[in-house]
Design a protein around this ligand. Sequence first.
Ligand SMILES: Cc1ncc(COP(=O)(O)O)c(C=O)c1O
Length: 388
Amino acid sequence: MSRSTMISKRVDAMQFSGIRKFFDLVAQRKDIISLGVGEPDFPTPEPIKDAAIRAIENDLTSYTSNYGLIELREKISDKLKKKNNISADPNKEILVTVGVSEALDLAVRAVLNPGEEVLVPDPGYVSYKANVWFAYGEPVSIPTYEKDGFRIQPDEVEKRITKKTKAIIVSSPANPTGSVMRKKDLEEVADLCIEHDLVALSDEIYEVLIYDDEKHVSIGSLNGMEDRTITLNGFSKACAYTGWRLGYAAGNPEYIEAMMKIHQYTILCAPSISQYAVMESFRHEEYVKDMVKEYDRRRRLLVKGLNEIPNMSCTMPKGAFYAFPNITQSGLTSEKFSARLLEEGKVAAVPGNSFGECGEGFIRCAYCVSREDINEALGRIEKFASKL
Ligand SMILES: Cc1ncc(COP(=O)(O)O)c(C=O)c1O
């Protein structure tokens, strides 16, 4: 078939996600250990599954309010108050969405006028730039570096603020690096938002996956930020809930109402069964604690192992479930390294440059596999890297 000329230039100009391309390749192969997929390998906790079954049996399958079930919004509001020090009125300051993915898309569409700029971390989650672009905005990279643990540095933010800057995306703990922002840096970023009248979009999806006594701080809880932050969070990672597609946004009613307007015309409401079921998760935090303990063991095993391999080094990530080893000593680009590791070593890891230019020289290894598989993968990577 010849290429269509009917596609919007904006859409046509965007590349497909490098991660997806990689997954499609790996999905067809049984001989591969995949450190590529960034989703929990744990099943959804039993009480949540039981609640979903009850919801189906009770025919709770209709549309819900566009904002989401009020009982769920009340639980989210309590959680935001207790855990994040954020006050959000469940009636008008919380919107339940189809994952953080939808919340992010709505947030950028709600705040951006064509041509306005949004600062996004580099390396950063692949959807940030794409969502800004599809909303007719201009993504502007904030470079982050290994020497700073890939944390966003306020001076790098300040240098990139122009008259057109409208918003900044903050992501902590971060994908793909596992970096966790320090309170002091967040406060400086908050000061810049206030000084330059910017909106902060805070992606907190990895909030609970945090290690080594690090503390999660929500930028929306900092002085002067409550009316200029949209906090995005969801259940995919914390509740092993990726396929149930449930997240939420919280913020000033002006933002939430604008986001709801788009959501109302495009999505209508988040899936009802997923909403009923997830309410159980607020009573069962022990599942999350157990998962975090296991991720932590895997994190230490993987990073220690990577640091013993020739031509590789890896700083200790503080959150999420990703290690981001440096492979520059191998002399290969990220893409070449990942492609050869897949073919010759039978291990899948995502090239770091899929997440932005500053990811060049790195690969992303997700530790969403058993410790046994991590040990096997380390052996294979060592054999591969030793030949380079
Ligand atoms: C940083 C980050 N934000 C958002 C998402 C999407 O989350 P959801 O499943 O809630 O749409 C992901 C998924 O990997 C992610 O890594």
